[in-house]
Design a protein around this ligand. Sequence first.
Ligand SMILES: *Cc1c(COP(=O)(O)O)cnc(C)c1O
Length: 480
Amino acid sequence: MRYISTRANATDPAQGRRFCEILLEGLAPDGGLYLPESYPVVSDATLSRLRDVYQQQGYAELAFEVLSLYIDDIPADDLRALCRKTYTPEVFGTKEIVPLRHLNNEIWIEALSNGPTLAFKDMAMQLLGNLFEYELARRGEELNILGATSGDTGSAAEYAMRGKKGIRVFMTSPAGRMSPFQQAQMFSLMDDNIYNIAVEGVFDDCQDMVKAVSNDLDFKRRYKIGTVNSINWARLLAQVVYYFAGYIQATTSNDQKVSFAVPSGNFGNVCAGHVARMMGLPIHRLMVATNENNVLDEFFRTGIYRVRGTADTLETSSPSMDISKASNFERFVFDLLGRDGARTKALFADAINRDGFFDLSKDPVFSQAAERYGFVSGSSTHANRIDTLRDTFNRSGMVIDPHTADGLKVALEHITPDVCTILLETALPIKFADTVAEALGRLPHRPAQFEGIEALPKRVQTMQADVTALKVLITQSCGY
Ligand SMILES: *Cc1c(COP(=O)(O)O)cnc(C)c1O
């Protein structure tokens, strides 16, 4: 399998890179995102085999089978060992890893949030940690992961990379702005290779510092600076696996279809659903659920993709979906445009930079987003979230988190008879206890291992929003 950039034409000699070449990279050199040159199609017989594999041998073996379709530069035994090491009941809480539970007759909830940080990002990040460690050891290299976080991504990255050989994590976050639970999760890590940096400022200050360091190409090369952001192809690929596992659990035969409802921000999670659908997994609809930051819902309703400025990006009660642009969206648009790299570039590099938006409403391809690719969408407000949380609890006794509530609200708008919907649970309610308490008048259940974490000793250093200070910290920590 070879990988191409969404912005280049297929005859470009820089195209055709292998999995491990793009594993440690972010964007392609031309600014595009990597995608496989084609999606391997899973036949009916293969899907039946994957059903058996998951049911009889478990999630890790299913992951190995799916990943093998895309990775041919890691020996099969090694890849299988990496999957087995990653997807264990000890780390993810159950034998199924991503069990389904019935919400009602039409909707299943797929639990993706029982990993170490209680959000679905663990599903991919835990594998990424093991893949990175493996590949760095093979090359005899080191990597310094530099990131900015306001919550879920940073903690998932730290829990995936803690104790990994050849890797350090420098994670900036706005001082005092994460919830006490999230701060405790990140700052209580005592591993030598994890550096928590609380920046006196807001999230954008953190992001600007990270960008400034990464734009210093000499520094970046010398100190092997890398990222783990959501555009990484390996993260997306790891997420494809749970669409298969969800489908297999909800159906008894391959002629049944299901829909997925996906709480969305950067379009990473639902893009994995798109990939699974392109592979032939019988998915009816992909329901894109946004909050007030409805960049994606606007596109699927109108054909206009308009990125928001900082002032127009709202802080909401489903904060992990607060985005100004959806960084993985370019992958889908590339497919929608018949994989025309020049046109994708004209939209994402030229039109967005010039006008801040592009408009496909009058282009015949726009109708294919729904008709051919199965996308529908919707958005929620804070009031919708509170109502959905309360209603769900009153009807079923189930407590869900605010992001999952956004997904449920949109699922209910698009439900079709005879096709069941799988709602992806992207976080556990305890991570967003305040909003849950606002809706239900009581705090959500706290898993035993998180009892009292706010009181644990913290390992964090506070810093002004100062790029030089950040570079000094990296230099001193590396010792070279
Ligand atoms: C990251 C995140 C999302 C959004 O996922 P994308 O892949 O960015 O679309 C939704 N819910 C939670 C809880 C998250 O952490």
